[in-house]
Design a protein around this ligand. Structure first.
Ligand SMILES: C[S@@+](CC[C@H](N)C(=O)[O-])C[C@H]1O[C@@H](n2cnc3c(N)ncnc32)[C@H](O)[C@@H]1O
Length: 267
């Protein structure tokens, strides 16, 4: 992994990121011409993205809350009718405080925030954390410039911490240092089954950069011990439940399934 800065406006941010992640920094370099690394964190005209390197590589991956599919979903995605909203348990006016313990690019967290939930996100992978942190910062700037109050409100409900949820649940929360979440949301990486060529570029990059989350069983156990109302697990539709634990109930969508473990009825 390397950091490439192709936009001088981001040179300070690029230097800081390269130093923080102990990665080499290159300036003004065409990612298609690099054959000695497989991925780069690239600052371009839009901002920061993760780019596979070499000829014929797929497009760049970003945490983008302002344009593209995530924003489209905010505007036209069906609000409280969405499966994730039902799985979280949004029925009344009550808006649970959600801990997204496996934040990734923050897409699911953003949906919950647009529905009015306060969401605390944890991401332990430093590359993914950098993408998400940058995405949130640029979205906040853009929302202010656009005067988009709905977007400003949703982003204000989201906080991000560069930590491992396992140690957070084991130490910080157990010691009473923080608010107990009403809902804990888990979407750990699942071993890839499709042939590499057919896997979506984002999923493929995540599998190559993040790998598998082999400690999801422990995360589920800790989550169940540290939540007020329910733990929600997102899985591929046909995947087994984590640790073969039987959920209270399941909700199945086109691409994913939610396993819901309820502890108490939500207000
Ligand atoms: C499949 S992605 C999540 C995608 C996310 N739901 C979204 O909407 O963008 C899983 C992410 O969880 C992170 N993760 C897994 N276990 C974690 C843990 N114990 N603490 C913090 N992050 C974790 C991984 O690094 C990875 O980036």
């Amino acid at each position: 992994m390397i950091v490439i800065c192709n936009n001088a406006a981001f040179s300070t941010e690029a230097e800081r990121l390269a130093e923080k992640l102990s990665l080499p920094l290159e300036n003004d370099l065409d990612p298609r011409l690099i054959d000695y690394e497989t991925y780069a964190l690239v600052f371009d005209d839009v901002g920061l993205g993760l780019q596979a390197l070499g000829q014929k590589v797929p497009g760049i991956i970003r945490a983008d809350f302002v344009s593209g599919s995530v924003n489209h979903r905010r505007q036209f995605g069906g609000g409280k009718g969405q499966l994730i909203a039902k799985a979280v348990g949004l029925k009344s006016a009550f808006r649970p405080f959600v801990l997204d313990a496996t934040a990734g690019l923050g897409k699911d967290a953003f949906v919950l925030a647009t529905l009015g939930c306060r969401v605390q996100m944890h991401e332990r992978n430093p590359v993914v954390h950098a993408l998400l942190e940058h995405g949130l910062k640029s979205a906040r700037q853009a929302a202010l410039e656009l005067g988009d109050t709905e977007l400003i409100t949703a982003l204000a409900l989201m906080t991000l911490m560069p930590i491992d949820s396992l140690s957070y649940l084991q130490q910080d929360l157990a010691k009473g240092a923080e608010d107990t979440p009403d809902v804990i949301y888990l979407d750990p990486m699942f071993p890839e089954r499709q042939k590499a060529a057919s896997v979506k570029k984002e999923m493929k990059a995540f599998h190559e950069v993040v790998g598998e989350d082999n400690d999801a069983e422990q995360l589920l156990t800790l989550a169940l011990a540290n939540v007020n109302y329910r733990v929600l697990v997102k899985r591929p539709r046909k995947a087994p439940t984590i640790d073969q634990r039987t959920p209270s109930y399941q909700m199945e969508g086109k691409a994913a399934r939610y396993d819901i473990y309820t502890l108490k009825k939500m207000p």
